[in-house]
Design a protein around this ligand. Structure first.
Ligand SMILES: Cc1ncc(COP(=O)(O)O)c(C=O)c1O
Length: 412
């Protein structure tokens, strides 16, 4: 039986919640307020908006805070669509190379930041917080607006403070495969009341409540939930993926990365409808279970780390014995024979994720420091593999994943 590269951790009660809130879609606002109240415990001094995606939160934030031609800093390992959006809005972009410690923006390289820089976007990549206190102090001194991409770092903290509380704005993704999920969605937290007001007004005036769009999303959600179960995945998708990977790897890759938003030329902020009530209900349930899910994911990650760090061909990215972060992604570097090992792992039914999409210097964006070398980024790009550590998987499955990957990496 194949183990899919993603799972959505839902309980039986969540299925009832989905059905109940589809049948009774009334009083959505009350549920939204309840979810915001829960979130405000994590972001006590912030205004909070619930959105149909993280990317929309990012678009509205930078459109409001910056002007065309403003210079914005990104880490060279960032979410590429965010750079595409910034370029679409006419901003100038400079990339700063990452640290080999955690693949987050490297503070040591901040001397490269120009005096006219207006903003900085930091990504807490894979869920592990970057050196956000030092970065915040730097930005305050230089009058630079700091924005945190917390798409992967909900429930991660730095010196006891949750990520998203440091910048002027923090954007969390609650997309289908994120934790917590609203089965597609995002959250914007900000200390800027005007940005908050502008965001809510924009949502009100621009998003649709179109039944067909919502139904299309629901079908996608339904298929993803079904595919979280290895038994169903093995019947529904395993053979299709196997066939595509073998005979049409280009389409296979396109399917895997369809969520990256890089296919279309321009980002359309109105691409998704308003959140439905069942999505808010699931978000609430997920946030109530967040610590429990993080606990299981950490245990899974620690086990994977213990087995995989015994392979000479593997470097585990980030330390999973630490408990200040959410372990959302478990990523390894495969030092030699990446593609061959990836294929072997896949053929043995462990469908891991080739995680080589983060090098933003490789996308041919028009950036200010086109000629820079980005040595650390280049050293890791093309070697990264994301391994399933989701709290939905049981111990036996995690053991099988660890053993298969170690054996393949060791050439057995
Ligand atoms: C690092 C990072 N930033 C931003 C996003 C965008 O979030 P969303 O898919 O909710 O728009 C993602 C989602 O994949 C991400 O991983």
């Amino acid at each position: 039986m194949a183990i899919p590269f993603f799972s959505i951790d839902l309980k039986t009660k969540d299925f009832f919640l989905i059905i109940k809130n589809i049948i009774f879609p009334f009083n959505k606002k009350k549920l939204e307020d309840k979810l915001k109240e829960k979130l405000s415990l994590r972001y006590p001094n912030k205004f909070i908006s619930l959105l149909p995606s993280g990317r929309l939160g990012f678009y509205l934030t930078i459109k409001y805070l910056f002007k065309p031609n403003d210079l914005i800093i990104f880490s060279s390992m960032s979410f590429p669509l965010y750079i595409k959006i910034a370029k679409q809005l006419g901003m100038r972009i400079k990339l700063i190379d990452v640290s080999d410690k955690d693949l987050n923006i490297n503070y040591e390289n901040f001397a490269e930041i120009d005096e006219d820089c207006k903003g900085m976007i930091v990504t807490h990549l894979f869920g592990n917080p970057c050196e956000i206190e030092k970065i915040k102090n730097f930005c305050e001194k230089k009058n630079i607006i700091l924005i945190e991409d917390c798409a992967q770092s909900f429930d991660s903290s730095f010196n006891g403070i949750e990520t998203g509380n440091f910048g002027e704005a923090g954007i969390i993704s609650t997309s289908l495969l994120k934790i917590p999920t609203t089965l597609s969605g995002g959250i914007l937290v900000t200390s800027n009341q005007e940005l908050h007001k502008n965001t809510n007004q924009w949502l009100e005036n621009n998003l649709s409540n179109n039944f067909f769009e919502k139904f299309k999303l629901f079908l996608k959600v339904f298929i993803f939930i079904l595919n979280s179960y290895p038994k169903i995945y093995s019947i529904l998708s395993d053979k299709v993926f196997f066939f595509l990977k073998k005979y049409n790897p280009r389409i296979y890759r396109k399917i895997l990365y369809s969520g990256m938003g890089m296919k279309k030329n321009l980002f359309d902020p109105k691409e998704r409808p308003h959140l439905s009530k069942y999505q808010i209900a699931i978000g609430l349930s997920q946030i109530e279970r967040c610590e429990e899910m993080t606990y299981v994911r950490r245990k899974n990650s620690q086990y994977l780390q213990q087995i995989l760090s015994n392979s000479k061909n593997i470097e585990v990215i980030n330390d999973h014995s630490k408990n200040n972060w959410n372990h959302q992604y478990f990523v390894i570097k495969i030092k030699a024979n990446f593609q061959k090992i990836l294929n072997n792992i896949f053929n043995q039914g462990i469908h891991t994720m080739d995680e080589n999409v983060w090098d933003c210097s490789a996308y041919k964006f028009d950036i200010e420091n086109q000629k820079a070398k980005f040595e650390i980024t280049k050293n890791y790009d093309g070697t990264l593999l994301r391994i399933q550590n989701n709290s939905f998987l049981n111990k036996k499955q995690i053991e099988r994943i660890a053993k298969t990957i170690k054996d393949c990496a060791d050439g057995k």
